[in-house]
Write a protein of this length. Structure first.
Length: 160
């Protein structure tokens, strides 16, 4: 299993689209909201895509889950990476729990959810990964960054 992350800027987003249409990639934008930017590219994206979201005290996992769900109805979203300075796995688990049609009753170190809903669920299964600065993880799998390069499409990092 390998995962590729492409970091770009808003002004160069069309280079990212061209790359994403030829490769499975997780997109991130340094100077713009990634969810909004990817949504704006819906008419140009021709295949599945992923997004890399950085959470902080102002952008909680619950809000990221709402954004992921909404984006999944706009583009063919298949992967989301939740990045956070602390407790990235816990934050990713909150997002994972909230991507269903079911009532969510869940507690971990970052959230206490009681009778929570985030309907409708995405139209397809979305893999939720966490990034803590060292390891990319999802239940049963972990990847490490193996390479990074600057290309016309942006900064490309490969995780294996």
């Amino acid at each position: 299993m390998a995962l590729a992350r492409l970091v770009n800027t808003f002004d160069a987003r069309h280079h990212a689209v061209r790359y994403a249409n030829q490769h499975h990639v997780v997109l991130s934008f340094d100077d713009a909201d990634t969810v909004t930017t990817v949504a704006s590219l819906k008419d140009d994206l021709t295949g599945p895509v992923g997004v890399w979201l950085t959470l902080d005290p102002a952008y909680l996992a619950q809000m990221a889950a709402r954004d992921v769900k909404t984006l999944s109805w706009i583009v063919d979203l298949r992967v989301v990476v939740i990045s956070a300075e602390t407790k990235a796995k816990d934050r990713a688990e909150v997002v994972r729990q909230l991507l269903t049609n079911d009532e969510v009753n869940f507690t971990n170190d970052v959230a206490h959810l009681v009778a929570a809903y985030n309907r409708p669920a995405p139209p397809q299964v979305i893999e939720v990964w966490s990034w803590d600065g060292r390891e990319l993880a999802t239940p049963g799998q972990s990847l490490r960054q193996k390479s990074s390069e600057n290309a016309e499409a942006g900064e490309l990092s490969i995780f294996r």
